[in-house]
Design a protein around this ligand. Structure first.
Ligand code: ADP
Length: 370
C-alpha cells in the first residue's frame, strides 16, 4: 500500500550505515576481537605481505581485520566480484570523448585529488551508463577504475537475483563495507534494470529485499560523508549500466546524479576502432579501404565491429583449407577489404533502428548532457 511504501522509503533514508571500525590498537583489544587480528602484527604476515603488490597487500590487511560483516561473504566478494589485473585505459576505448571527459571530471579527478573535491565539489555517488548493448559501457567502467586507481568491484544485478540469491542481502552489505575499506572504489553493477525495475506484481519478496538493501547501503555512502563533513574517505561510486533504462523506476532513477548516454559509434569512431583492431593483424588495407569499411559498418556497435574484424581475419586462414596444418605462418596473406565484405554477410548490426530511436528519446528526456 501507499503507507507501506512510504514507511519503507523512510526506513531507507533513516537507517545509518554500520560504522567502519578500525582494529583496536594493541593493549586495548577487546576479548571478543577475532583471533585473526593477532596476525596483523606478526612478522610472518609482514613477511607474507612483502611479496605482494600494494593492492594485494591492502586487501590482505583488510581481510585480516573485518568487523561487523560476514567473513564468508567478504571472501566470496574478494574471489568473485573484486576485479584485479584487468587494466583498461582511455586509449583502449574508441570514441566516446564526451563520456570520457564527463567521467574524468566527475570521478577520476575527484578520486585522485580528494583534497580539491570537498564540500560543493564532493564527488557524486551514483552514475548510470545507458545505451544499446556492446557500446563499451563495461569497458568504460573498467577504464574509470584503472584511471582513478580505484578498487574495482563488478557484479551483475541478475547474478544477485540468481547465483547469489538467498545470500544477496548479506553480500550487498559486505560489498559496500569492503568498498569503503578499500576506497577509492567503484562498484560496477551491470544490468541494473533487473534490480531497480519499476514495481510490478510479479516482483517477489527476495528481489524486493535485495533492492531495499542496495538502496540503504547506497544512501549510507552519502550520510557517512555528511556526518563527518567530508573528512572520511568517501570515495565510493556506484557505477551502473543498463540497456533498458526505461525499465528503471523513477525513485531509483533520481539517485543517479548523472545519466550518461553511450551511443553507437560514429563514423570517425568506427574508423579508429577498425584501425586499432587491425594494427595487431597482418593486413593489406589502405586508408581508403578503412574508410570504405567504416562506411559499410554504419549502425554497428563497438562489439559488432570487433566481431566483424574477427570474422574477416578468419578468411585468409579459411583460404588455406586443409593445407593450414603445414602452412608457413609468414606466408599467410593479410586481411583485405573483400574479407570484410564477406564477413558482412555473417555479422549483422545487432541494434535495430527503431530501438535506437527509443534510446535517443530516453536520453533527451532523462540523460545528462556532457
Ligand atoms: P556493453 O557493456 O556496452 O554491452 P562492452 O563494454 O561489454 O559493452 O563491450 C563489448 C566488447 O565490444 C568489448 O570487449 C570490446 O571488444 C568491444 N567494444 C565495444 N565498444 C567499444 C569501444 N568504444 N571501443 C573499443 N572496443 C569496444
Amino acid at each position: 500500500t501507499a503507507t507501506e511504501a512510504k514507511n519503507k522509503k523512510e526506513s531507507v533514508s533513516v537507517r545509518k550505515p554500520p560504522p567502519i571500525l578500525e582494529p583496536p590498537r594493541s593493549g586495548s583489544r577487546s576479548p571478543s576481537s577475532p583471533a585473526v587480528l593477532e596476525r596483523e602484527a606478526t612478522p610472518e604476515l609482514e613477511n607474507e605481505l612483502d611479496h605482494l603488490s600494494p593492492m594485494e597487500r591492502r586487501i590482505k590487511k583488510v581481510m585480516a581485520t573485518l568487523h561487523g560483516v560476514d567473513v564468508q561473504q567478504c571472501e566470496q566478494i574478494k574471489n568473485e566480484i573484486l576485479v584485479m589485473n584487468e587494466e583498461v585505459h582511455w586509449d583502449d576505448i574508441a570514441g566516446l570523448s564526451r563520456a570520457k571527459s564527463s567521467l574524468k571530471e566527475t570521478v577520476v579527478y575527484p578520486f585522485l585529488r580528494p583534497d580539491l573535491f570537498k564540500g560543493l565539489r564532493e564527488p557524486i555517488r551514483g552514475m548510470l551508463l545507458f545505451g544499446p548493448p556492446g557500446t563499451g559501457k563495461t569497458m568504460i567502467a573498467k577504464a574509470v577504475a584503472t584511471e582513478s586507481k580505484s578498487t574495482f568491484f563488478s557484479i551483475s544485478a541478475s547474478s544477485l537475483l540468481s547465483k547469489y540469491l538467498g545470500e544477496s542481502e548479506k553480500l550487498v552489505k559486505a560489498l559496500f563495507y569492503l568498498a569503503r575499506r578499500l576506497a577509492p572504489s567503484i562498484i560496477f553493477i551491470d544490468e541494473i534494470d533487473s534490480l531497480l525495475t519499476a514495481r510490478s506484481d510479479n516482483e517477489n519478496e527476495s528481489s524486493r529485499r535485495i533492492k531495499t538493501e542496495l538502496l540503504i547501503q547506497w544512501s549510507a555512502l552519502s550520510s557517512a560523508t555528511a556526518q563527518d563533513h567530508g573528512d572520511s574517505d568517501s570515495r565510493v561510486l556506484v557505477l551502473a549500466a543498463t540497456n533498458l533504462p526505461w525499465a528503471i523506476d523513477e525513485a531509483a532513477r533520481r539517485r543517479f546524479s548523472r545519466r550518461l548516454y553511450i551511443p553507437l559509434p560514429e563514423y570517425e569512431t568506427r574508423l579508429y576502432h577498425l584501425k586499432k583492431l587491425m594494427s595487431r593483424q597482418k593486413n593489406g588495407l589502405t586508408d581508403t579501404d578503412f574508410e570504405v569499411i567504416a562506411e559499410m559498418s554504419d549502425g554497428f556497435s563497438g562489439s559488432d565491429i570487433t566481431a566483424l574484424a574477427k570474422e574477416a581475419a578468419m578468411e585468409p586462414i579459411r583460404d588455406l583449407g586443409d593445407n593450414l596444418v603445414d602452412a608457413d605462418f609468414n606466408k599467410i596473406r593479410g586481411v583485405m577489404v573483400k574479407d570484410f565484405e564477406k564477413a558482412m554477410q555473417t555479422i549483422k548490426r545487432s541494434v535495430s533502428p527503431s530501438s535506437l530511436q527509443q534510446y535517443r528519446d530516453w536520453a533527451a528526456g532523462f540523460g545528462s548532457t556532457g
